[in-house]
Design a protein around this ligand. Structure first.
Ligand code: KG4
Ligand code: ZN
Length: 352
């Protein structure tokens, strides 16, 4: 603890192509540093694990320094360390976890292994304060798409209402971007292209929305295939591909399904708050449509600002800070990377 007795928690994120360090104290973000290797993956159309891992090694110390300077603190002021220990790319998670262990060991402070997706949910608390007693959380990232019912993020078990059967929403953006020749990462690229497009131009499928379908389960691979077929057909006919219209119509189809199912979950649970987090929550159309439909339904919508939607260290520090304040036992230096960890709780268990 600092002289004031408040914890100062360093969060470390390295599960994909962002190297993030954030510093949080009692729900307040003090500062952060963020480096991305996205441009190094662009020519491959997706994240290359070995390149990501090497980039984390190179970025770790400089990015930590930026976070410390941003927060106006010294290394010795850190009282606790939290790191993503899963899920994510194994090689990438290992680097951040090793960095976190080094800091925790050198400073002799407690270390917590954190679930990356709990970090996405916690990111919102940095902007909008503590979560309500219960809420529905829609997580939309590059690797996951889930509707959750949560109570206290770090004390209560996390209930999965539904997940995706195939592609995650972000993955669908990335794949469609690639087939439209818009590059990686696909989300921001599609979003930019869609600005000038007509979202009604193409009637792309909205999967699993019929009454007999699983109410909170998603599927995006059919949508991706429908976009691919449309592009192929136009190219075969020698017609120009209306990229903006396709991007806008695809985006609208994804957003429709996400918002419809998330609102259904809030209503079914008789709750009044929807939280949308993860990289795809940075999407302007998703934010606008969700706001409009939540306003109409009298539901409170919480979405972190775009810079806290995509991967960052602050969100992991936010979970660490909540764990510390709830009196959770530290994971210690035995915590290991769990690349395919399922989200049951905010803190990941120690290996058996
Ligand atoms: O949460 P995140 O940063 O990393 C993972 O945990 O996967 O999410 C990354 C995903 C990528 O698929 C990226 O294309 C998508 O989020 N994304 C977006 C936008 N910004 C990032 N998707 C749609 N619109 C955006 N503006
Ligand atoms: Zn993420």
């Amino acid at each position: 603890m600092t002289s004031s007795g408040s914890p100062v928690v360093l969060g470390v994120e390295s599960s994909c192509d962002e190297t993030g360090f954030g510093i949080v104290s009692e729900g307040t973000l003090l500062g952060q540093g963020l480096a991305s290797s996205a441009s190094q993956h662009a020519e491959f159309g997706g994240v290359v694990p070995e390149i990501a891992a090497r980039a984390h090694v190179e970025a770790a110390v400089p990015t930590l320094r930026i976070a410390l300077a941003d927060a106006g603190i010294e290394t010795r002021d850190i009282t606790h360390v939290a790191a993503t220990s899963g899920p994510g790319l194994a090689t990438a998670v290992h680097v951040g976890l090793a960095a976190a262990k080094s800091v925790a060991w050198a400073l002799d402070v407690p270390l917590y292994g954190v679930h990356h997706l709990a970090g996405h949910a916690a990111a919102d608390t940095l902007e909008h304060g503590p979560l309500p007693e219960r809420s529905v959380v829609l997580i939309v990232s590059g690797g996951h798409t889930s509707i959750l019912a949560i109570g206290d993020l770090v004390r209560d078990p996390i209930e999965h209402l539904g997940d995706t059967l195939d592609d995650a929403a972000g993955e669908a953006f990335d794949k469609v971007s690639r087939l439209l020749g818009l590059g990686y990462p696909g989300g921001p690229a599609i979003s930019r292209a869609a600005v000038d497009g007509d979202p009604q131009a193409f009637a792309f499928p909205r999967a699993l929305l019929r009454p007999k379908d699983a109410p909170f389960t998603f599927s995006f691979s059919g949508l991706k295939t429908a976009v691919a077929r449309t592009v192929e057909k136009l190219e075969r006919a020698g017609e120009p591909v209306p990229v903006a219209d396709i991007a806008a119509s695809f985006e609208q189809a994804v957003v429709d399904v996400l918002v419809t199912k998330a609102l259904r979950a809030v209503r079914e649970r008789s709750l009044d708050t929807l939280v949308i987090v993860g990289g795809v929550a940075a999407n302007a159309r998703l934010r606008a449509v969700a706001q409009e439909r939540c306003d109409a339904a009298g539901i409170t919508l919480r979405i972190p600002p775009p810079r806290l939607c995509t991967d960052n260290g602050a969100m992991i520090a936010a979970v660490g800070d909540l764990l510390v304040r709830s009196g959770a036992s530290p994971s210690g230096l035995r915590i290991a990377a769990d690349p395919s960890a399922v989200l049951h709780g905010a803190q990941l268990p120690l290996p058996q």
